[in-house]
Write a protein that binds this ligand. Sequence first.
Ligand SMILES: Nc1ncnc2c1ncn2[C@@H]1O[C@H](COP(=O)(O)OP(=O)(O)OP(=O)(O)O)[C@@H](O)[C@H]1O
Length: 275
Amino acid sequence: MNENELVRVANVTKVFRSKRLFKGSSSVTALDGVSLSVEKNRILGIIGESGSGKTTLAKLILGLLKPTSGVISFTDLKDGNSGLRKPEVQVIFQDPYDSLSHMMTIEEIVTEPYLIKHKSHCSADKVRSVLESVGLTPVDEYLHKYPRSLSGGQRQRVAVARAIITSPDIIIADEPISMLDASIGVDILNLILEMNEKLGITFIFITHDIAAAAYICDNIAVMKSGKIVEYGSRKQVIVECQNLYTSSLLSAAGADFIFSENKKHKAELAVKQIC
Ligand SMILES: Nc1ncnc2c1ncn2[C@@H]1O[C@H](COP(=O)(O)OP(=O)(O)OP(=O)(O)O)[C@@H](O)[C@H]1O
């Protein structure tokens, strides 16, 4: 693996097999010979229609599933002065109404991953700084609330806070804006950009929305029926796309894309595209 890679997915296939009583067995090839790299400090977009295999790929990278064939390898990172460790991966789910426990306060939800990782309580200062960094201010207004009293956008900010509290190397954001209003979705895109730029967190951004991917991702993999049909830099995929399926996604998005090299402009431009 080269020094810029955190994860390499090499020729990975995932077949789900199920046995049905009296009806024999059936199988679904969710991923078919997928190869890609997750590069350090970058945002990798995985885009495709429903059923194209995006979540299966995310679950394989998270270690929740095992590939049927192929290899997923993680680079070794320096851990303190001596040891080596694998990159830590956290996840943000699609549904901010379902992914946070209804029985826990915002403080408990955000600090839980820290407690699991370090087996010790998180300091009050740390919780405050994490909530501030995701824009949940004034912090005292949020700490003791329950998710039910927050809006969808605020809940997704809680999910981002929960994901960053352990200082992960990679965050997999699985359709994080698909259940939010367009303008709130753009706020979350801005937050992902900020976490990437300020904290250096690598993101895998899973979406069916090519406009959103175009504006926040450095690299994009376009998936169809379990295969990657186009893969490259944002410019290669959006401006110089070679594949008919990618072109059809671009036209379906009504995307009269203004290509900007400047990441900071991308989310604002996305407002016009997504709305
Ligand atoms: N546990 C499973 N058992 C059987 N089939 C599965 C399983 N998980 C996923 N699949 C199938 O694998 C294919 C890819 O599913 P996957 O959820 O990865 O797609 P996706 O692109 O994430 O879709 P969506 O955007 O709807 O979440 C689909 O045909 C799906 O039905």
